[in-house]
Design a protein around this ligand. Structure first.
Ligand SMILES: [Zn+2]
Length: 261
């Protein structure tokens, strides 16, 4: 019941932001799916950097990757990247709520990721930790305690300092022309999901916003396709980030089932 309350109030804040943003040619469901997909891609880019640059990680790599994605999006300081974070936190809250259980299964508890609801709160914590004036209202609405909100400033500073320190030796003074292979495979059953990524320069934008800032020892690859599962991952063996159209479609379904009227 407590979580359901969070979802309802979060929906209220989400809609406020959605109304404020400039409408483009995407439907609300497509925009929600694209924003959640962008967050997942940034998370996978963190795995790529950790692997290719042999970055030491203290604690869980999955949490570090989430923090990296949130930090990079917060630093961009655009309306679009703020909306990516809001939609992604909302997506994790919905995913948690849709689990429809008060008891967590063993595989959720021993899994490599934090619980969905913890991932949602951690995004909001770093948001309010960076800028309470901008994100304080959202933090209040999702039920992040005032004392915790104040501590989130330390969480944000620590995450930012840690990532900056480990990445400092690899920063490019000016963006290089590292060749990165990108492939948007044809979708067969999920043509629109493929078109959503391709038409919005999904990989190209993330490469320009993040990857070109760092010296990579070898060429990475990025590919999207149908995979028969809703997933995205970095394969350290091939050096490839694979993004499945089924995951994009899952986000569309999530929006249509939970948010669309
Ligand atoms: Zn991961």
């Amino acid at each position: 019941m407590r979580r359901l309350f969070f979802i309802i109030v979060f929906l209220t804040s989400f809609q406020t932001v959605a109304f404020a943003q400039e409408k483009n040619n995407l439907s609300d469901a497509q925009e929600f799916a694209l924003n959640n997909s962008i967050y997942v891609l940034y998370h996978e880019i963190a795995h790529l950097l950790i692997s290719k640059l042999d970055i030491p990680i203290l604690g869980r790599e999955e949490n570090a990757a989430d923090n990296f994605a949130t930090l990079m999006l917060l630093r961009a300081e655009t309306e679009q990247t703020d909306n990516v974070l809001i939609d992604s936190a909302y997506g994790w809250f919905l995913s948690s709520e849709n689990a429809d259980t008060e008891v967590y299964s063993d595989d959720e508890l021993y899994g490599e990721h934090n619980l969905d609801i913890q991932r949602a709160f951690q995004i909001v914590c770093l948001m309010v930790g960076k800028d309470p004036d901008v994100f304080g209202e959202i933090a209040n609405e999702v039920g992040l305690d005032k004392d915790r909100q104040e501590d989130c400033e330390d969480d944000f500073k620590q995450a930012e300092k840690s990532w900056d320190r480990v990445l400092a030796p690899y920063v490019n003074e000016k963006p290089d022309n590292l060749k990165i292979n990108i492939r948007y495979d044809r979708g067969y059953g999920l043509v629109s999901a493929g078109a959503l990524l391709r038409d919005n320069k999904f990989f190209e934008s993330a490469i320009d916003n993040i990857l070109r800032k760092y010296k990579l020892p070898s060429q990475p690859n990025m590919r999207s396709k149908e995979c028969h599962e809703a997933n995205a991952y970095y394969d350290s063996w091939t050096g490839e980030i694979l993004f499945c159209y089924e995951l994009v479609d899952d986000f569309i379904q999530m929006y249509e089932k939970n948010i669309a009227e």
